[in-house]
Design a binder for this molecule. Structure first.
Ligand code: ZN
Length: 82
């Protein structure tokens, strides 16, 4: 299984869990173990006191390791076709 090894960091990035977010077990490249992952929607937003005022850019879905909080783009199998 290939994982795109890109970690999104920065104070202006936000990650939101959606109601239909995927969750499941993936091999975490950081932990080097199978870990539970949760899908989140990544977006850049203009913030005021850490509160997002409006979105400026969307980055699609990422998956976050629930153990070490590392974030990755989801593997191809998880990409929605709809
Ligand atoms: Zn991890």
């Amino acid at each position: 299984m290939k994982l795109a090894f890109i970690i999104v960091l920065g104070t202006r990035w936000h990650f939101r869990v959606r109601r239909d977010s995927w969750s499941g077990v993936l091999n975490c490249p950081d932990c080097q173990l199978p870990r539970p992952f949760l899908e989140k929607e990544a977006f850049k937003a203009f913030t005021l006191y850490w509160w997002p005022l409006f979105k400026t850019e969307r980055a699609g879905q990422v998956v976050e390791c629930m153990h070490c909080s590392a974030r990755f783009f989801p593997p191809d199998q998880l990409v929605r076709t709809s």
